[in-house]
Design a protein around this ligand. Structure first.
Ligand code: NAP
Ligand code: COA
Length: 280
């Protein structure tokens, strides 16, 4: 089944004069989110580790004729994160929307993962999210700012080969909930969006490297297809808009129903297939 969204279907919300910062916004789903905001009139800043990816993302965002800025920062480095956010604030003014989506993943059984491998993912996904939200707070437009963390089904569905990601993303969703409580009286909303399997992404290339495995995953989704970055962007834009003014502390799957059961079945198939590949 084909995705039913295309460019003209993107939610028509005007983000003119709004400032959006997307951490990890230089490829895949997060770049799709940054691009949708730029298309809707926002000034958008993105950041990640690779200068090359940052420059390419900024060039793509500038095609929408708005202001687009890019910064090099590793989310594991608290001072680099603070500098990027401070510089974006200096250039744009208070941030209306903060998206935190930098993440790392590789499939590995816990016994095949060194302490450093586990730590790398937890430091990027979980500690990194803390750095981003903690540093951004000073620069958020208050009241009215919207923070969206990009989570994953692993946050609440145990998946084989994903001990590091499951632990990290579960933590991300708890940060979402706790900060929704702590920042609510300042008019800052904090939510998580949980993408299902999304087409043409690094995440799916790593977890389902063969077409056969990708098809098994596809068939495990009730809607029988992968999602698109635009479909994730639509939910993030809704959450960032006045239509979601009373939504905070929510963890929202955008996954075609995958987390209802298919994700567990697919996890077993992925583990079996990757174990077979490693044995060959
Ligand atoms: P991706 O293209 O690899 O995106 C990850 C982004 O984060 C890149 O811009 C990357 O840029 C940046 N990044 C990675 N490590 C970083 C670090 N230490 N510091 C700063 N930036 C860093 O992957 P994706 O598959 O689109 O995933 C995007 C998000 O969606 C992730 O949060 C992921 O957990 C979530 N998600 C994805 C799927 C899926 O189907 N793909 C499903 C559920 C959830 P640099 O390499 O330049 O740093
Ligand atoms: N299986 C087992 N361990 C692995 C691994 C794999 N496939 N890939 C990396 N590791 C381990 C490394 O061996 C290392 O541990 P060691 O020092 O004990 O050998 C540890 O993880 C860190 O690896 P390193 O390459 O030094 O980390 P990094 O900081 O350069 O990269 C990663 C972080 C590993 C998460 C890397 O995959 C990455 O940058 N990912 C970003 C893109 C991505 O994952 N996108 C999908 C998002 S869902």
């Amino acid at each position: 089944m084909k995705a039913e969204t295309n460019r003209s279907d993107i939610m028509q919300i005007n983000f003119q004069d709004k400032n959006v910062f997307v951490m990890g916004g230089t490829s895949g789903i997060n770049l799709g989110i940054a691009d949708a905001f730029a298309e809707s009139g926002a000034r958008v800043a993105v950041a990640s580790r690779s200068r090359e990816k940052v420059d390419a993302a900024v060039a793509q965002l500038q095609r929408h004729n708005g202001e687009a800025l890019g910064y090099v920062a590793d989310v594991r480095d608290e001072s680099a994160v603070a500098s990027a956010l401070g510089d974006a604030h200096g250039a744009l003014g208070p941030l209306d929307v903060l998206v935190s989506g930098a993440a790392g993943n590789f499939p590995s059984p816990a016994l095949g993962m060194s302490a450093n491998g586990f730590k790398a993912v937890v430091e990027i996904d979980l500690q990194g999210t803390f750095h981003v939200l903690r540093s951004a707070f000073a620069y958020l437009a208050k009241p009215g700012a919207s923070v969206v963390n990009i989570s994953a089904p692993q946050a609440f569905i145990p998946m084989q080969l994903q001990a590091h990601v499951c632990a990290a993303k579960a933590g991300v969703d708890m940060i979402t909930r706790v900060l929704a409580m702590e920042w609510g009286d300042l008019g800052v909303r904090v939510n998580s969006v949980v993408p299902g399997p999304i087409a043409d992404t690094e995440g799916m290339r790593r977890l389902a490297p063969s077409e056969a495995l990708a098809d098994t995953v596809r068939q495990s989704v009730p809607l029988r297809r992968f999602g698109t970055a635009r479909e994730i962007a639509s939910m993030v834009m809704f959450l960032a808009s006045p239509f979601a003014n009373y939504v905070s502390g929510a963890v929202i799957p955008v996954d075609g129903g995958w987390s209802l059961g298919g994700a567990s079945a697919a996890s077993a198939a992925m583990a079996q297939s990757l174990a077979q590949r490693d044995a060959d």
